[in-house]
Design a binder for this molecule. Structure first.
Ligand code: G6P
Ligand code: ZN
Length: 561
């Protein structure tokens, strides 16, 4: 079929600034006239010359508006000289799968249609995020370029008559403005399953899960929270590892995630926590977010593993995973608010250790330079240099590999780790949908404290515990590879004993402001206490210093993780 593109005049639309992970807004905002068209056009324009004749991967977590957005993207990409789109069947591709496809097929990049862990459905969020050639999230300078273009856009190009279905696997070719344009619809799981099989020892994992004559089965419960990981869980756990029908729940992707908040933490994945707590036969539980890059790990009776501890335990045991045996283990990294448990492992194993700002994009350069093998974030992200995104299913397979290797359950592994290294108690308080002005006033108040510096050296006490402030700053980072700088990445209050309080505004919300307070405190000996009780004095001190209640009127956080 021979088709022609047309140019449609448009005008800039305010507020198309990508956040921590792409542009996220309410679905109804994306539905406004030209809103999606403008953004896609700018995203493509930001690629410059490289766009002509390029191939892009396209897909997402299947949330409401995905189909519409894919149809539009096909029409706009074709009009702008893209020569091929690789699309997941029914528009489905997890974020890790997109990263892997970009790398396997060495294409220009990928467009991921997701708002990650934010709720979906017509009343909730949609999102568009761009991943670059290395498979990782767009770096800041590219996001800024996209945003700048959205403020001056005058026209977009589109092929109105290009309708291409993507429900079935197959290849479709078109002639657009005299050039060939191809849409290849692929199985969303094939490439990713291959990758996992090349990293992990599947026969061993299968033996662990099924059990042997001498070993009982190791019963897992995997909760996809109605997100896109469902299709991968079915292939990997149910088909390949033969984990049994009872081992997977909510594994059919739904466009509104069944009206739940697809975020794997103790609050939003409470169903999983309750199921594992109430059923002694489960040895392990895991949940993922909508697009499959986040994970939560729990052990028998729902013993919770903080993401910071998860990272440290994996770092300490990587030799049991074939991928690392083959490629070696280079450095480790964590985001700044993530508890410093992994730092101790790095020190013991004599590995390089990096502390980067919040956001997976900051790990990419280090990985590309061969200096980073494993990294993680307190926000339930864990991953390695096998791709350039965090990877929920990978994290679960990594944990199962450690369990298989050590022949111990989750809780025993953690306790053994703490005995060896001491424990970084960690918690995060989230105050969601605060008034934006109130939240920024609070941050300014903290900035003021940094400026005068008077607080340094002062002691604060609560419930019989005393903490003395050693340093207070706003975290900034210089990338060791390309020297790019990221400023104002979170206010840190560092105490004499190594404890830390961190205040940051979330960069992933779609309305209002979310204040995050991160609390990290190290104990060498007392390693099995309740984290919330242990950290309460520090929380109170944080509330006192920040005047959070006064500024926001909030008595309690919305979520504690
Ligand atoms: C996304 C990114 C993560 C980051 C998180 C922070 O999930 O992929 O790398 O840690 O956002 O979210 P926040 O809401 O705290 O900005
Ligand atoms: Zn996500």
């Amino acid at each position: 079929m021979s088709l022609t593109s047309v140019v449609v005049p448009t005008t800039p639309i305010e507020g198309q600034k990508p956040g921590t992970s792409g542009l996220r807004k309410k679905v109804k905002v994306f539905m406004e006239p030209n809103y999606t068209e403008n953004f896609i056009q700018c995203l493509l324009d930001a690629q410059g010359e490289k766009l002509q004749g390029s191939t892009l991967v396209l897909g997402g977590d299947g949330r409401y508006y995905t189909t519409k957005c894919i149809r539009l993207t096909i029409k706009i990409a074709a009009a702008n000289g893209v020569s091929k789109l690789i699309i997941g069947q029914r528009g489905l591709l997890s974020t890790p799968a997109v990263s892997s496809l970009i790398r396997t097929y060495k294409v220009l990049g990928g467009i991921v249609l997701t708002a990650s862990h934010n709720p979906g459905g017509i009343r909730n969020d949609f999102g568009i995020k761009y991943n670059i050639e290395n498979g990782g999230p767009a770096p800041d300078h590219l996001s800024h370029r996209i945003y700048d273009l959205t403020t001056t856009i005058k026209q977009y190009k589109i092929v109105h008559d290009l309708d291409c279905e993507f429900q079935e696997i197959g290849t479709h070719s078109f002639q657009v403005d005299g050039k060939e344009f191809t849409v290849e619809v692929i199985d969303p799981t094939d490439n990713y399953v291959e990758l996992m099989k090349s990293i992990f020892d599947f026969p061993k994992l299968k033996t662990l899960i099924r059990g042997t004559d001498g070993q009982p089965p190791f019963n897992v419960l995997i909760d996809s929270m109605n997100g896109v990981t469902g299709v991968y869980v079915k292939r990997i756990f149910l088909d390949e590892l033969n984990s049994g029908q009872d081992s997977a729940v909510r594994y059919i992707p739904l466009d509104n995630f069944g009206e739940i908040h697809p975020d794997p933490n103790l609050t939003y994945a409470k169903d999983l926590v309750d199921s594992v707590k109430n059923n002694e036969s489960f040895d392990f539980g895991a949940a993922f977010d909508g697009d499959g890059d986040r994970n939560m790990i729990i052990g028998k009776r729902a013993f919770f593993v903080t993401p910071s501890d998860s990272l440290a335990v994996l770092a300490n045991n990587l030799e049991c995973i074939p991928y690392f045996k083959k490629n070696g283990v280079h450095g480790f990294a964590r985001s700044m608010p993530t508890a410093a448990a992994v730092d101790r492992v790095a020190q013991k194993l004599n590995k390089e250790m990096f502390e980067v700002p919040t956001g997976w994009k900051y790990f990419g350069n280090l990985m590309d330079a061969g200096r980073l093998s494993l990294c993680g974030e307190e926000s339930f992200g864990t991953g390695s240099d096998h791709i350039r995104e965090k990877d929920g299913i990978w994290a679960v397979l990594a944990w199962l590999s450690v369990i298989e290797y050590k022949r111990k359950g989750v809780e025993d592994i953690l306790k053994e780790h703490w005995q060896l290294y001491g424990r970084n108690y960690f918690t995060r308080y989230d105050y969601e949908e605060c008034e934006s002005d109130a939240a920024s006033d609070m941050m300014q108040h903290l900035e003021g404290l940094i400026k005068t510096g008077e607080i340094v050296g002062k002691s604060f006490s609560d419930s019989g515990k005393q903490y003395k402030i050693k340093k207070m700053d706003n975290f900034s980072y210089t990338d060791p590879i390309d020297n790019s700088e990221a400023m104002n990445q979170g206010v840190r209050i560092l105490f004499e004993d190594g404890s830390r309080l961190i205040f940051r505004l979330s960069g992933t919300g779609s309305s209002g402001a979310t204040i995050r307070v991160y609390i990290d405190s190290y104990e060498k000996e007392n390693v099995t206490a309740d984290a919330q009780a242990m950290l309460k004095p520090l929380v109170n001190i944080g509330l006192q210093i920040s005047k959070l209640k006064e500024f926001t009127g909030r008595e309690e956080p919305t979520v504690i993780t």
